[in-house]
Ligand binder design. Structure first.
Ligand code: PLP
Length: 380
């Protein structure tokens, strides 16, 4: 059997990793400024994380949600404490798409409605409702083209006011659009969205799968706008690579047995990973590091050659260049050993490094970036 070939791959085989660094099977070292799509929050192979998972593995790694798993309550408590969302309840699942799928289902259960308002240029995952609410026809199968989704332009208040109505169960929007090229909803927009949802009896879902977990200098990106969503979805940085995701659910929403469910969600190992990540974020002040080094970095990047615009907050950064970035990213990888990310915008590079990246590592990138851009400009 062979694997189903759906991914364009770099011809690189990482075999070990530590902090912000990877090593391949040829012994070459790489600076990881992408964390495999924003997943590596506390750095690769963090000793506390490795120890917590190893210890759990030596006790019990799995049982289903038919027994008491105290680690789930510990994780929920810590997440509530660190995020400031202790008034929400937590449903644990396995991936970002699954978290959004469940959030949309909850909104429909609660309101008995079917219409969803989502944002153009969004990305919410690849399962049926999540992909229907994702504005990318290329990744929707005909079975996913759900006429109950209405797309609106990000930050357009009029469109939003017209779209959210008495048939709407939810408005879903990313805390910061990631795949869409690091596009920020304005404070005014998020506050208006909250108000529109309230007035129409719809629920507000903020997808923090990429923008959450401290990356932007607050636990959640939407907290920069001081709103309180009904539902918040999390994944990526939550387990630092161990598959775990969740939906934070306003405690005014009643749970019913059988309403949601999963075999793997909230298992012992996943919880051990989730707890270790939160403890490291807390003990090492990683949210504050993301804010300080990230915002300084954004200011440095703005002044660099070939840069048209830098969007983002903390360590969620989009560099829009004056030219398509694919050759530049290739140069950074092949000549300088630096992983960066692409986006749906041809001219935008995405940077999503571990939250404990150091200024020294950032300087290594900055120097390589200037060299690569200058080479690229000469070639052009
Ligand atoms: N939501 C956002 C904002 C994402 O960026 C992603 C993945 O890139 C997802 C949802 C889907 O997450 P997953 O790939 O874990 O299903």
């Amino acid at each position: 059997m062979k694997t189903f070939d759906v991914y364009p791959l770099f011809n690189i085989t990482p075999i070990k990793a530590e902090g912000s660094w990877l090593w391949d099977d040829q012994g070459r070292k790489y600076l990881d400024l992408y964390g495999g799509h924003a997943v590596i929050s506390i750095g690769h192979k963090h000793p506390y994380y490795v120890d917590a998972l190893s210890q759990q593995l030596n006790k019990i790694s799995f049982y289903s949600n038919s027994v008491v798993i105290p680690q789930q309550e510990k994780l929920a408590h810590l997440l509530g404490e660190l995020s400031g969302c202790s008034q929400h309840n937590l449903f644990l699942c396995n991936s970002g798409a699954e978290a959004n799928e469940n959030a949309l289902k909850i909104a429909s259960f609660v309101t008995s409605r079917k219409k969803v308002v989502a944002v153009k240029n969004s990305f919410h995952g690849r399962t049926s409702l999540a992909v229907a609410a994702t504005d990318d026809e290329k990744i929707q199968a005909p079975i996913n083209r759900n006429e109950k989704i209405e797309f609106v332009i990000l930050n357009d208040l009029n469109e939003l006011a017209n779209a959210i109505d008495e048939n709407t169960c939810a408005f879903i929007v990313e805390g910061i659009q990631g795949v869409g090229g690091i596009q920020l909803p304005t404070t005014e927009y998020l506050q208006f969205a909250q108000e529109c949802c309230k007035q129409n009896g719809a629920l507000l879902i903020i997808d923090e799968v990429q923008s959450g977990y401290g990356r932007t200098g607050k636990f959640f990106a939407h907290q920069h706008a001081a709103i309180k969503p009904d539902l918040i979805t999390v994944a990526k940085g939550m387990g630092n690579g161990f598959p775990i995701a969740g939906v934070l659910i306003d405690n005014g929403i009643q749970a019913k047995h059988g309403m949601l469910g999963t075999t793997f969600g909230g298992n012992y190992l996943a919880c051990a990973a989730g707890i270790a990540v939160l403890e490291i974020i807390k003990n090492e002040n990683l949210i504050s590091n993301a804010e300080i080094v990230g915002n300084k970095w954004i200011n440095e990047l703005i002044a660099m050659p070939g840069v048209k615009e830098v969007r983002g907050r903390g360590l969620m950064i989009g560099i829009e260049m004056e030219f398509p970035v694919s050759p530049l990213r290739k140069l950074l990888l092949e000549e300088h050993g630096i992983f960066t990310g692409s986006s749906s915008l041809a001219n935008t590079i995405r940077l999503l490094p571990p939250l404990n990246i150091t200024e020294n590592e950032i300087n290594i990138f900055n120097m390589a970036f200037v060299k690569a851009v200058n080479k690229q400009l000469i070639v052009k």
